[in-house]
Design a protein around this ligand. Structure first.
Ligand SMILES: Cc1ncc(COP(=O)(O)O)c(C=O)c1O
Length: 450
């Protein structure tokens, strides 16, 4: 069913127009949906979209993208021609020229994606094992190098056993969905990563206020005796805010109410704890957390994900976690890179000290300049702006000055907290940081952010 359009508006074609308000969009002089007035939420997140036909949803989103491209503000999926380097060669989406950009958008905190020691090892492993693993582990078998990686993760995380997945996303979704049945519940910190939340799609879930043990306690009391199993889910380091989970208090409360605790160490591994062992080590809580998950794609510089826990839990997941059971093992050169990366991290040979010097330096300068960086404590810095257009503008102006940062608009974070997300890595020199901070300050003043 289609709705008539005025020359100034575009409408979704709605399946049942009685049920929803008209969903229309103002258009720009270029005739497309006015990019400045809308965010991704309008095209992918709005619950009313359930009434819109696919074709129409896609047309609207493409029109919005198209307007953004015309106004030179389209900075999604900028393409690098030389990988995730400290200074990356990036194709300018507008002029198509190559820009040498300071890369503050990568989670490769220790720059291990480019580490020669790791790449040498990867080549040796290619000679021995080749590329793909050829099948899922239960039926097609596993490989020595995968077993070694699993053992390395278990020893680093001080857990009995681990299994690896093709990504951190697959590990989270597979672990949570593999454990939770219809009579169980997952209780999430409200800033938990999407891959954790997606694990309980269609099953029971509740949220507690970010990093707030009292709020968790209220939720736990409200579900007492209503579910058979309860899983409290947190990130060790939060991906959009860079703050550290209040794990000791959360663990105490969860266990008091009989819930198990899962910590996702994606942004903590390689960054906090002794030699980068993660949040659990940082708080001296080894052996107390029930489940640890994580990714091998951030500070470890490779690809893949993992879950670590007791041997009996891992045995259970091997036969209940569908993204493990029904998926080919990770790419073996990636497994080799992850194994070498973890060895370097464990031996404190991956540049962790320099990373922390850079983190402290950037943090002090951003705070001194008057930016709101929330409770950032690690390598992730949210420059909180609370205005989508200013977020886009700042990202664009930084792009023109060869600084690559991520815009984080609504609905990725609440409207008042939209931000530019900047990640610091070990490889930056002080001169590069000085240049960047100067540009950020200048633009921040000009846009009246500080
Ligand atoms: C907290 C967190 N968990 C899990 C993931 C997923 O990891 P991967 O990129 O390996 O799928 C990410 C990021 O992408 C993340 O930020």
């Amino acid at each position: 069913m289609s709705l008539s359009s005025t020359p100034y508006r575009k409408h979704y074609h709605l399946f049942d127009e009685q049920n929803v308000d008209h969903m229309y969009f103002d258009i720009s002089p270029a005739g497309e949906i006015d990019a400045n007035k809308y965010s991704l939420y309008n095209f992918t997140g709005d619950p009313k979209l359930e009434y819109a036909e696919w074709d129409s949803r896609m047309d609207m989103m493409n029109s919005w993208f198209s307007d953004m491209k015309k106004s030179n503000r389209f900075l999604y999926e900028r393409e690098s021609i030389d990988g995730s380097k400290v200074v990356s060669k990036v194709i300018d989406p507008e002029s198509k020229e190559i820009r040498e950009m300071l890369n503050f958008a990568s989670n490769d905190y220790l720059n291990l994606t480019q580490d020669k020691r790791i790449l040498k090892k990867v080549n040796e492993v290619i000679d021995q094992y080749g590329g793909g693993a050829g099948g899922a582990p239960l039926l097609s078998g596993t490989m020595g190098i995968i077993r070694e990686l699993q053992e390395k993760i278990s020893s680093m995380k001080a857990m009995e056993a681990s299994i690896v997945y093709t990504s951190g996303y697959a590990a989270n979704i597979g672990t949570i969905s593999g454990l939770l049945g219809h009579k169980d519940i997952a209780i999430y910190d409200m800033f938990s990563h999407a891959s954790l939340i997606d694990g309980s799609k269609g099953s029971n879930k509740k949220f507690f206020a970010h990093n707030d043990p009292e709020s968790l306690e209220k939720v736990l009391k409200s579900v007492q005796n209503k579910f058979i199993n309860k899983l409290v889910v947190v990130d060790g380091v939060y991906s959009m805010d860079g703050d550290i989970c209040n794990l000791p208090a959360i663990l105490d409360i969860a266990h008091y109410y009989g819930a198990w605790v899962l910590v996702d160490e994606a942004h903590a591994t390689g960054v906090i704890g002794k030699n980068g062992k993660g949040t659990v080590d940082y708080f001296g809580l080894e052996g107390k957390v029930d489940i640890i998950t994580g990714t091998l794609s951030k500070s470890v510089g490779a690809v893949g994900g993992f879950v670590s826990a007791s041997q009996k839990l891992i045995n259970y997941l091997k036969y209940s976690s569908r993204s493990y059971m029904f998926s080919t093992s990770p790419y073996l050169p990636g497994v080799a890179a992850a194994l070498e990366g973890l060895k370097l991290i464990e031996n404190n040979e991956a540049g962790q000290e320099r990373l922390w010097e850079n983190i402290q330096y950037v943090k002090e300068r951003l705070l001194k300049a008057g930016f709101n960086i929330g409770n950032a404590e690690t390598a992730i810095f949210p420059i909180i702006i609370g205005d989508d257009n200013k977020v886009k503008e700042m990202t664009y102006r930084l792009h023109l000055r060869n600084i690559f940062v991520n815009p984080v608009p609504y609905p990725a974070v609440p409207r008042k907290l939209t931000r530019v997300r900047m990640t610091v890595t070990a490889g930056f020199t002080t001169e590069q940081l000085d240049y960047t901070l100067k540009q950020i300050e200048e633009i921040g003043k000009d846009l009246e952010i500080i």
